[in-house]
Design a protein around this ligand. Sequence first.
Ligand code: DP6
Length: 334
Amino acid sequence: MKTATASAPSNIAFIKYWGAIDLDQVRPANASISMTLSECRSLTTVTFEPEVTSADEIALRDESGRPTTLSDAFRRGIERHLARIRERHQLVGRFSVITQNNFPAQAGLASSASGFAALAVAASSAANLEVDDIELSHLARISGSGSASRSVLGGFVEWPAGEDDASGYAKVLAPAEHWPLSDVIAIVETAGKEVSSRDGHRRAPSSPHFATRQALLPDRLDRVRAAIQERNLDDLGSVLELEAIELHLIAMSSQPAIFYWKPATLEVLAAVRRLRREGLSAWATMDAGANVHVICPSAQEAKVAEALAQVPGVLQVLRDRVGNGPQWHTDALP
Ligand code: DP6
């Protein structure tokens, strides 16, 4: 029996994964590029008991470490991930999992990327699997949360389109030290999203704009790769804002339509344009939700956070920045 504890961060996509060739095998319709964060993390302790065949145990802690109830969907997601890890590595044994996010549950931030990345890292160590970054990214991907495949790596990360299972892992484009960028997150909604990313991926091809975006993406991906290499935030920023708007354009024009934005989302977008007119380099992106992530140079993080806190409808502002990916912890979660 072995216990391992690891944490993994969330990530924010500059080029979004939206739409899949095969949702069950998590083969995305397009490549995505993200920045791994540093502060918003999931911490997970996993124990593996070889040969024991009774059901896995899963426990959730709130951000202050108190036991809290897990939803059926959350439990099923973890059970499915553990079953897939067992199947992929022909393991026989039982996992016990305790997991906790360090960001407030009521912040309305998705935790699946960080949660499943931390689970892949801790579970593979507890089961004594010899895994490299490629296999870790595969293991995180097959959780069903494709963006988790990017959270096992630090810095600026690309996950390619899903040609086949073998190529379904993410790789580092540049390490965190390459470019000190921050992600200032304006929380405008605390409830979980009404339509899951999974349903969003499923519906995306029904939008008349989906095919157009797919055709535009190769050029856009090149621009983002180049902007990262050259540390050109004006170029990166204009592409990442367009990407975020298009994700939501596709969501809103899918059948049935999905509306993630709240009125305050538009207030924050206007505030970000104002900040640019005032000379700051701040650029907005959103995932499948109403909250707005504002990417800026870390030297401008405090000013951007202060400005966003004043925007009507903003409930809370979180400050995060590019980070190095998963970490090991010596203390197991009690
Ligand atoms: C909009 O299927 O990875 O965040 O399981 O909720 O993390 P979760 O979603 P997933 O889709 C991510 C969709 C996205 C864009 C992105 O992160 O690439």
